[in-house]
Design a protein around this ligand. Structure first.
Ligand SMILES: Cc1cc2nc3c(=O)[nH]c(=O)nc-3n(C[C@H](O)[C@H](O)[C@H](O)COP(=O)(O)OP(=O)(O)OC[C@H]3O[C@@H](n4cnc5c(N)ncnc54)[C@H](O)[C@@H]3O)c2cc1C
Length: 281
C-alpha cells in the first residue's frame, strides 16, 4: 500500500498578517506549523500502513523552510519526504499549486505505484479546499472529499469503501483505487512518534525537487505565470453591531412572547415584514 500525503506548511493562523498593498499573506517572522487538517490525513495514511504495510510518502510544495514540516511528518512515522521547491513556484494560486503537486505525484508513481493520495480538507490560511480536487482531476483519480472513516480497502478488487460527511448525514461510498481522499478534521488523533522515528527524522536526507525534477517542463503552468486568480482585496469583516439579547420568557404568555419576537424581527428586518404583508394580500 503506497499513500502519498500532501502537507502544507502554514503560518500559525493566530499570527497571520496580510500585506496592506499586495494583499498577500506575510509569512516573515510568523511561526510555521503543519496545516492542522493535514495531520488527520497523515494519521489516516499511517493507520493504513499499520494495517496493510507499505509506504507513506509526504510531499510539500513550499520554500526551503518547509523542510521542517516534512521532518515533523517523518518523526510521526512517514517513510519518505519530498520538498518541491523552486523559485518558479512562487506566487502560485490553487490551480498552479495543484498542477505542481499533480506533476510531482506523477513522478513519484514512476518509481512506485500510488494507491491513495491524501490531502487535508482545506488549509487554515488559503481555506479554499481546491487543491485536493485539482490534483485528482489532473491525475484522473477517483475523488472522495470530506472522508471521516475508511471502512474497507480491498486490494484484490482494487476498491475502497469510506464514510463521508455530507450535509444532513453520512454517506457510505465505494470507489476504485487509486483515489484521492480529502480527510475531515476530528476523525483521528495524531500519534506520538517513536524515539527511533524522531532520530531518523532529524538525520534523514530529504529529497528536494525543483521544477524539472517535479516533471514540469513548461514554467508557464506554475507559479505566478500559471495563476489566473487575482486577489482583489483582503479585509476583515465588520464586527456585527447587533449583540445577542436575553429575553425573559418565564413570565410571558406564549402569545405575548411571539408578538415580542416578531416586533423585534420586523424592526431589524423591515423587508421581512413588507414581504409577509405583500404575500398576505
Ligand atoms: C494570486 C495568488 C497568489 C498567491 N501567492 C502566494 C505566494 O506567493 N506564496 C504562497 O505561499 N501562497 C500564495 N498564494 C496562496 C496559494 O494559492 C495557496 O497557498 C495554495 O494554492 C494552496 O491553496 P489553499 O491554501 O487554499 O489550499 P487548500 O485547497 O485549502 O488545501 C487543501 C489541501 O491541499 C494540500 N495542499 C495545499 N497546498 C499545498 C502545498 N503547497 N503543498 C502540499 N500540499 C498542499 C493540503 O493537504 C491541504 O490540506 C497565492 C494565492 C493567490 C490566489
Amino acid at each position: 500500500m503506497h499513500s502519498v500525503v500532501c502537507i502544507k506548511q502554514v503560518p500559525d493562523s493566530a499570527q497571520i498578517r496580510v500585506h496592506p498593498v499586495t494583499n498577500t499573506i506575510m509569512r516573515q517572522g510568523v511561526p510555521a506549523i503543519i496545516n492542522p487538517y493535514d495531520l488527520f490525513a497523515l494519521e489516516q495514511a499511517l493507520r493504513l500502513k499499520d494495517r496493510f504495510g507499505g509506504t507513506v510518502t509526504v510531499v510539500t510544495m513550499g520554500p526551503p523552510q518547509a523542510e521542517v514540516a516534512l521532518r515533523k511528518a517523518l518523526s510521526f512515522g512517514a517513510d519518505e519526504a519530498i520538498l518541491v521547491s523552486d523559485r518558479a513556484f512562487a506566487g502560485a494560486d490553487t490551480l498552479a499549486t495543484s498542477c505542481a503537486l499533480a506533476s510531482t505525484i506523477r513522478q513519484i508513481r514512476k518509481n512506485m505505484p500510488v494507491d491513495i493520495v491524501f490531502t487535508g480538507k482545506q488549509t487554515i490560511d488559503g481555506d479554499t479546499a481546491q487543491v485536493g480536487p485539482g490534483i485528482a482531476r489532473r491525475l484522473d483519480l477517483q475523488l472522495l472529499t470530506y472522508v471521516s472513516r475508511i471502512l474497507e480497502v480491498d486490494h484484490g478488487a482494487r476498491q475502497i469503501r469510506v464514510e463521508r460527511r455530507a450535509e444532513g448525514g453520512v454517506q457510505v461510498l465505494r470507489t476504485a483505487l487509486p483515489c484521492l481522499i480529502t480527510m475531515l478534521e476530528g476523525t483521528n488523533e495524531m500519534r506520538f512518534g517513536t524515539m527511533a522515528d524522531m532520530f531518523r527524522a532529524a538525520r534523514a536526507e530529504l529529497k528536494v525537487w525543483d521544477r524539472l525534477a517535479a516533471g514540469i517542463e513548461d514554467p508557464s503552468l506554475v507559479g505566478l505565470k500559471g495563476s489566473p486568480t487575482v486577489v482583489g482585496k483582503v479585509f476583515a469583516p465588520k464586527p456585527r453591531a447587533l449583540r445577542a439579547e436575553m429575553i425573559e420568557t418565564a413570565t410571558q404568555e406564549p402569545k405575548d412572547l411571539a408578538v415580542t419576537l416578531l416586533a423585534k424581527l420586523f424592526t431589524q428586518h423591515p423587508r421581512i415584514e413588507r414581504e409577509l404583508a405583500r404575500r398576505a394580500v
